[in-house]
Design a protein around this ligand. Structure first.
Ligand code: 5GP
Ligand code: MG
Ligand code: MG
Length: 179
């Protein structure tokens, strides 16, 4: 698995330090509130589990799985909910935890859904951001690292469901795609 990685962009230690920093900031900013923290499956599951340990305010967690339609054609922004939340977001301060924002279509759909369900507030934290590829006007409230326009894997992110368990984030060697 390690042999498939061309370059490590951020090491395990660098990621852990950044997650701690984000957790500290969120703890200050959510003081006195009881946020519902939503993990967008599957990619955000490792970030989510590390991040909530770094947040000191009382919180609840829930999970959502979404999938985009027609990614090889024009991105329509149509997203399907594969697994919905177990609880209502009405009147809640919601914190969406994302692995990476690319076009931004998935996230803008999710924000719409949660606002229509009358969340009190919707805040977004993403570990990685690829702003160069954005097709909708959307900025995360909190972000870990800005990435170049490269396909990355590790720390929850996959290629064909593999590499999620790498503790760092890296770029795949081209031969992996060409197989
Ligand atoms: P968006 O709707 O912002 O284009 O898509 C975001 C989703 O696409 C992410 O949550 C992630 O699942 C996937 N994605 C975008 N860029 C990458 C990447 O560089 N590597 C991996 N593994 N997944 C990515
Ligand atoms: Mg995601
Ligand atoms: Mg994926």
């Amino acid at each position: 698995m390690q042999n498939d990685i061309k370059e490590v962009l951020y090491s395990e230690a660098q990621i852990q330090a950044k997650v701690k920093e984000l957790g500290d900031q969120l703890s200050v900013d959510f003081e006195g509130r009881n946020p519902l923290v939503i993990c967008v499956l599957k990619g955000a599951f490792i970030f989510m589990s590390d991040l909530v340990k770094a947040i000191s305010v009382p919180l609840e967690i829930d999970f959502m799985a979404v999938s985009s339609y027609g990614q090889s054609t024009q991105s329509s922004g149509v997203v399907k909910i594969m697994k919905d939340l177990d609880v209502s977001v009405e009147g809640r301060d919601v914190l969406i935890v994302e692995d990476i924002i690319d076009s931004g279509l998935t996230l803008s759909y999710l924000i719409d859904v949660l606002e229509h369900r009358n969340a009190k507030s919707v805040t977004v934290v993403t570990l990685f951001d690829k702003p160069a590829r954005r097709t909708v006007d959307l900025q995360p409230d909190y972000k870990g690292f800005t990435l170049p326009d490269e396909f990355v894997v590790g720390y929850g992110l996959d290629f064909a469901e593999k590499y999620r368990n790498l503790p760092y984030i890296g770029i795949l060697k081209p031969h992996v795609y060409e197989k």
